[in-house]
Write a protein that binds this ligand. Structure first.
Ligand code: FE
Length: 348
């Protein structure tokens, strides 16, 4: 065999290796996590593994639309979304690749991940949790009047309730959970009661509801836990003043527990690099990353047995609380029914 043949062979192999390395040493993440503190998390992963991260940031709806449009040509490897109903919708649309991972299966409790298929593979895994809480103005009401989500429909709060849009996924998930607990008929009556108690038509995000409670525009509202913890930890005196005025309730401690939502991750259906994508999700379930979710964005770790240190989360819940254990996938599947109920009772 000629020397030039070997030279060509070596050159071709080297080229193949280089291409292989380039392809293998990066992953493309489509992320709806809009939290600047996550940057450090991605940098740590690259430092530990040498795998570079290319990130596309968009909201959940934008990511799902993009995946549908790209189809099999999509370069996405990992998808990060921030709500149970959105994870469920993406799974139903076939946008995820169900995976097996002993690390993820051992770390993440069953109710916080997608129902396994016949091969035991799950389409998505919860990575952090957040509680949907009741917030009230302390000079107007007392904690004991608002022990349960059901109380929000009590006529005593007529003209007092503020919420973001009923169709927002955080509310769709809470209302979907209520439909599981109360049954559909009672859940719809409850939603009707909420509409009757509104102080104003739904608008804004959760932080806007907290501020409206502090100003007295509303007496009660609903908010995710991390928005409250963010205000508690803020260096801005105006934020501290807001938190001085509001009380926080972890509802339904004597019954099914406080409604929990999740942020989670999945491998994209058409990922050409699923081994690295799985490695990244496993990293997000590691103690380092789980602690980061707790400290960076004031979320509770989804992985079992994690120690974390976040004074605001601890103070808000008096150390511990009873959380709802409904399978997140059951909550997600109720969203179509809930949307129809919202239309019927006129919840905008
Ligand atoms: Fe949020």
């Amino acid at each position: 065999m000629s020397r030039s043949f070997f030279r060509t062979l070596i050159a071709t192999s080297l080229a193949a290796c280089t291409v292989g390395l380039t392809l293998a040493q990066e992953i493309n993440i489509y992320s709806a996590r809009h939290y600047p503190t996550d940057e450090a998390l991605y940098a740590d992963f690259t430092k530990a593994t040498g795998i570079r991260i290319n990130r596309v940031d968009a909201d959940d709806a934008g990511i799902l639309a993009r995946l549908r449009a790209e189809g099999a040509a999509s370069p996405a490897d990992v998808i990060l979304l921030v709500d149970a109903s959105r994870l469920w919708r993406a799974e139903e649309s076939g946008l995820f690749q169900p995976i097996r991972s002993a690390t993820l299966e051992n770390a993440i409790p069953e109710h916080l991940r997608a129902k396994p298929n016949a091969n035991g593979a799950s389409a998505w895994f919860g990575l952090s949790t957040r509680a949907r809480l009741i917030v009230y103005n302390k000079s107007m009401f007392q904690k004991k009047e608002l022990a349960n989500y059901e109380d929000l429909a009590n006529p005593r709060f007529k003209g007092q309730l503020c919420t973001r849009s009923g169709a927002h996924p955080y509310n769709l998930s809470l209302f979907g959970a209520m439909a599981e607990h109360l049954g559909e008929a009672k859940a719809e009556q409850w939603l009707q009661g909420l509409v009757k108690n509104m102080a104003r038509p739904p608008k804004g995000g959760d932080t806007d509801q907290i501020k409206a409670v502090a100003s007295g525009e509303c007496g009660v509202a609903i908010s995710n836990s991390y928005y409250l913890a963010r205000l508690m930890r803020s260096a801005n005196p105006a934020d501290k003043a807001v938190m001085d005025k509001v009380g926080v309730v972890f509802p339904n401690q004597a019954s099914w527990g406080t409604h929990m939502n999740i942020a989670g991750g999945a491998v994209a259906r058409h990922s050409k690099n699923s081994a690295h994508a799985i490695r990244f999700l496993e990293y997000l379930a590691s103690p380092t990353a789980q602690n980061h979710f707790a400290n960076g964005n004031n979320e509770w770790p989804a992985a079992k047995g994690m120690r974390f240190d976040n004074a605001a989360l601890q103070a808000m819940s008096d150390g511990s609380f009873k959380s709802e254990l409904l399978p997140i996938s059951a909550v997600g599947k109720n969203q179509v029914k809930v949307q129809q109920m919202l239309d019927r009772v006129g919840y905008k």
